[in-house]
Design a protein around this ligand. Structure first.
Ligand code: COA
Length: 333
């Protein structure tokens, strides 16, 4: 597939940040009516990372990751000309955390905004950032995906709280003279008709009638697990097959399939149905749980650390989540 644009885009400075504190299934057994065996079998999760809410915030974890991204890309904060912070767990909606992050790292007055697309957020952010660089309007865009999901789950709700953890990932998207480098194909979608499968209500009046008796606290995530599961399994296959078809790529041309980590059974189902090679689908949900917009960046950073992302490699990145939303991004690195 060849791209007829004036600029290419390099994905550099791949980084991530996770809190130090580990919450194991055994820890959850002590506070919930659950078991390590149930959690492992149904989700593949063994442990997750949890912020200290007194000391850390979405902005601080996001910033840690972005600073590492800048170091790895050999850049200063003032080299950025846009910051996109993808999250559903910013402390406030006004100002956006992106504005505070920009100020804190010394990148003002760059434009900065938060992007809300739940677990698809980071892939949405990469697609938006890449398009802005490729268009020539921006040169150097910092994209962060970071969620502190443990701050918005009710630890009395065993069906939701066991799934989630906290993490940040980030990349720097930079203008590159090689026009064939960057995003070869991207797709994003949303179907708001399914919003009530997964939502974070701020007021009681937003709760749909079918959930009226649900005792989960306001301000905490509500989820209809089976509906989300079905959506994700089907969408996973659809977006990967669409990406392969539109680019003319074969599974063997792709060096890594980087997937949002929502449940190991959902990833396994996609591997089986599409026939993806297991050694090219990184799974780390066992150690981090589902970290929403953080998960894809953590996977990318692990692959980077292992030397599994090389110049010229083709990588397909996919994610799905609340909205309902989904996104894919096919890269030549
Ligand atoms: N420990 C022990 N038992 C639990 C439990 C827990 N943590 N959570 C639920 N259960 C029980 C239920 O109460 C139910 O019991 P019952 O049969 O006596 O009523 C039983 O386990 C089955 O519950 P169900 O919700 O049908 O389980 P499931 O197989 O669908 O698995 C999820 C639940 C949440 C793991 C699964 O639906 C899922 O992963 N969905 C997708 C979620 C997701 O990815 N969300 C993020 C989107 S980005």
């Amino acid at each position: 597939m060849s791209l007829s644009t004036a600029f290419g885009v390099r994905m550099s400075g791949i980084a991530s940040a996770v809190p130090d504190r580990v919450l194991t299934n055994a820890d959850l057994e002590r506070i919930l009516d659950t078991s390590d065996e149930w959690i492992r079998q149904r989700t593949g999760i063994v442990e997750r990372r949890v912020v200290d809410g007194e000391r850390e915030s979405q902005a601080s974890l996001a910033m840690r990751s972005l600073r590492t991204s800048l170091d790895r890309a050999g850049l200063k904060p003032s080299d950025l000309d846009l910051i996109i912070n993808c999250t559903v767990t910013a402390e406030m909606t006004c100002p956006s955390n992106a504005c505070r992050i920009a100020a804190e790292i010394g990148a003002t007055p760059v434009p900065a905004f938060d992007l809300v697309a739940a677990c698809s957020g980071f892939v949405y952010g990469i697609n938006v950032g890449e398009s802005l660089v490729r268009s020539g309007r921006f040169r150097t865009v910092g994209v962060i995906g970071c969620d502190l999901m443990t701050q918005v789950v009710d630890y009395e709700d065993r069906s939701v709280s066991i799934l989630f953890g906290d993490a940040a990932g980030s990349v720097i998207l930079r203008r590159d003279p090689d026009t064939q480098r960057g995003c070869l194909y991207q797709a994003m979608g949303a179907d708001g008709r399914g919003w009530h499968s997964l939502y974070l209500p701020r007021r009681a009046r937003e709760i749909p009638p079918e959930d009226a008796d649900n005792p989960i606290r306001i301000g905490c995530l509500r989820m209809h697990g089976r509906e989300v599961y079905k959506f994700a399994v089907n969408k996973f296959r659809e977006v990967i097959e669409d990406a392969l078809e539109k680019t003319g790529l074969k599974v063997d041309d792709v060096s890594q399939f980087v997937c949002h980590q929502m449940n190991v059974r959902i990833i396994d189902a996609a591997i089986e149905r599409i026939g993806l090679p297991r050694d090219r689908v990184r799974i780390n949900i066992d150690r981090y749980g589902n970290t929403s917009a953080g998960s894809v960046g953590v996977v990318l950073d692990e692959l980077r650390g292992d030397g599994a992302l090389r110049e010229g490699d083709i990588v397909i990145i996919v994610a799905f989540g609340g909205g309902l939303t989904w996104a894919s991004s096919v890269w030549r690195l």
